[in-house]
Ligand binder design. Structure first.
Ligand SMILES: Nc1ncnc2c1ncn2[C@@H]1O[C@H](COP(=O)(O)OP(=O)(O)OP(=O)(O)O)[C@@H](O)[C@H]1O
Ligand SMILES: [Mg+2]
Length: 518
């Protein structure tokens, strides 16, 4: 049974009075005293100046404080400025929806703001009990509709409030431990239930005079998971473990004094699953995805702004880093040209100077700008972030960009193996074993075929296609790929032969010429 003053004045009182007929003993007397006070108060409010009614209210509360052994804490839906909703309210709501709503009798069903599924929460004026280390608490959900006549075009919002009541002997326990427990559990539930987002940086056309890129987002609904990825099981397990360890290492990163971020470099030929793996990572860790298109970023200042705007628990991806601007070009000269160390050093300094100038003048995005952001930027914001680069040509990248510490884990995604094929056969055909697998195993070992091509062959082309038809399509594709590879090899050999023959002939001609001259 709820304490009597919880059924005080206003709308809440009206509703709760219906369920409070069983007030007993002392509380019944207290109830009638309160009712008398309420009555007198209502008269005073109506006929007396506001100063008098306010002091009456103050003394009533003070008087009740002497007899009333319960404490109340309210969580309002909106913060003081009314513009922003309160995170504490949202966390309490999530906690109560998941826990205490189990014993609520009247529930409210809504499509969550951010989710596509139905969420059930306590209906207005419903109350539930909860227990924490032997202490009992009562939660009530109420709603206050403003009586004031607003001239605003928009209707005055309703104010929703969750109120917790508990005995004052549990004050320490509830205000310190229980409420902390409720808020942290509530936040956890919200993170778990939230609909994740895929952000991309695009030009803000509204600001046409001052073009700048901004993040815009859609709901992230990629279905990829690590289970459905075609790759060696051992490699897959290692990556999953690495990701999970990272996500649970907040304290470790704090202890060693490093920003809580981890860099991944995914490299391999087109169609081997780099983008698919990023989606699987986001799904595994429940992260948002920021797809950063560097070519749309005007300068380092803009890059910094975009990166600062990213939230915690997110993956920032830069796809095809080798094609993103001339990040690699100038530096590549250093390693490819046959120059001495001194010359290299000179070139390096020149490039650094040029980049610094570009940065200073707000010029284009530079490699050093990007490296600085990766290294330093998030140390201050302290969030949980992965940064993932993808490339088809790992050898083209500047070693400075991908050294360990920046790109902590390098993952090669390669052509489809028989193990990979088995995952795809299970996904696409629901097959774990089949006599035709032997032929696939033999051919796949002799051919370079991407998982994307295997997946395409296994896809039924008509409603009549059964598993055997799909497997025959794959075997045919593998045989064709094998034939093509053999043909290419022959052609390459022929080309080498011709080049060598030409070289030999040129040499012979030169020698002959020399002899003739002599
Ligand atoms: N390892 C894989 N496991 C499961 N499916 C895969 C795998 N690799 C590719 N696929 C399939 O092929 C399609 C293309 O793969 P994806 O876009 O991930 O390749 P990519 O490596 O990012 O290619 P690119 O280098 O061209 O960007 C995916 O939609 C997916 O269905
Ligand atoms: Mg890709």
């Amino acid at each position: 049974m709820l304490p009597a003053t919880m059924i005080g004045g206003g709308i809440m009182a009206k509703k709760q009075r219906q369920g409070s007929s069983a007030l007993t003993g002392m509380w019944a007397n207290m109830g009638s005293t309160i009712a008398t006070f309420m009555f007198v108060w209502a008269i005073i409010r109506q006929y007396c100046p506001s100063v008098l009614s306010r002091s009456f209210e103050k003394y009533t509360h003070r008087l009740m404080g002497y007899f009333y052994p319960y404490i109340r804490v309210s969580f309002h839906e909106f913060r003081g400025d009314r513009l922003r909703s309160s995170e504490a309210y949202a966390a309490v709501e999530a906690y109560l929806s998941a826990n205490s709503s189990k014993n609520a009798k009247r529930l409210k069903a809504e499509m969550g703001k951010d989710t596509s599924s139905l969420t059930l929460s306590m209906d207005e004026y419903e109350r539930v009990t909860d227990e924490f280390e032997g202490a009992k608490v009562w939660w009530v959900s109420t709603k206050i509709v403003s009586q004031s006549r607003s001239m605003s075009y928009y209707p005055e919002p309703e104010k929703r409030i969750y109120t917790i009541t508990f005995h004052k002997k549990h004050r320490e326990l509830i205000t310190k431990s229980y409420l902390e427990h409720v808020l942290s559990k509530g936040k956890e539930i919200r993170v778990r239930n939230r609909q994740r987002k895929l952000y991309t940086n695009t030009y803000d056309h509204k600001l046409s005079s001052h073009k700048q890129t901004m993040w815009s987002h859609i709901v992230f609904e990629h279905p990829a998971t690590f289970e459905s990825m075609a790759m060696e099981p051992e490699k897959k397990r290692e990556i999953v473990e690495d990701l999970l360890t990272f996500s649970k290492s907040k304290d470790f990163y704090a202890k060693i004094g490093k920003a809580w971020k981890r860099g991944y470099l995914l490299y391999g030929p087109p169609g081997t699953g780099k983008s698919t793996m990023i989606a699987a990572m986001a799904n595994l860790l429940n992260y948002d995805v920021y797809d950063l298109e560097l070519t749309a970023v005007k300068d380092n200042t803009e890059l910094r702004k975009l990166l600062i705007e990213t939230t915690s628990k997110s993956i920032i991806i830069i796809e095809d880093i080798d094609c993103s601007l001339d990040l690699t070009g100038q530096r590549k000269k250093i390693k490819t040209e046959k120059s001495s160390d001194d010359e290299n050093e000179k070139l390096r300094k020149e490039i650094a100077k040029k980049e610094a100038k570009e940065e200073g003048s707000g010029g284009k995005v530079t490699l050093s700008g990007l490296l600085n952001f990766i290294d330093g930027l998030w140390s201050a914001s302290g969030g949980e972030r992965l940064i993932v680069f993808t490339t088809n040509y790992v050898e083209k990248l500047d070693p400075a960009l991908i050294r360990r510490g920046r790109m902590d884990k390098h993952i090669e995604l390669s052509y489809c193996s028989f193990e990979g094929f088995k995952v795809l056969a299970k996904n696409y055909l629901d097959l774990e074993m089949h006599p035709m697998f032997d032929a696939v195993q033999r051919l796949i070992g002799e051919t370079k075929i991407t998982p994307a091509d295997v997946a395409e062959s296994l896809m039924p082309k008509s409603l009549l296609d059964d598993a055997e038809t799909c497997l025959s399509n794959l075997i045919q594709a593998l045989e064709e790929a094998k034939e093509k590879a053999a043909k290419k090899k022959d052609e390459d050999v022929k080309e080498i032969d011709t080049t060598m023959e030409d070289a030999v002939q040129t040499k012979v001609d030169e020698e002959t010429e020399k002899t003739t001259v002599n």
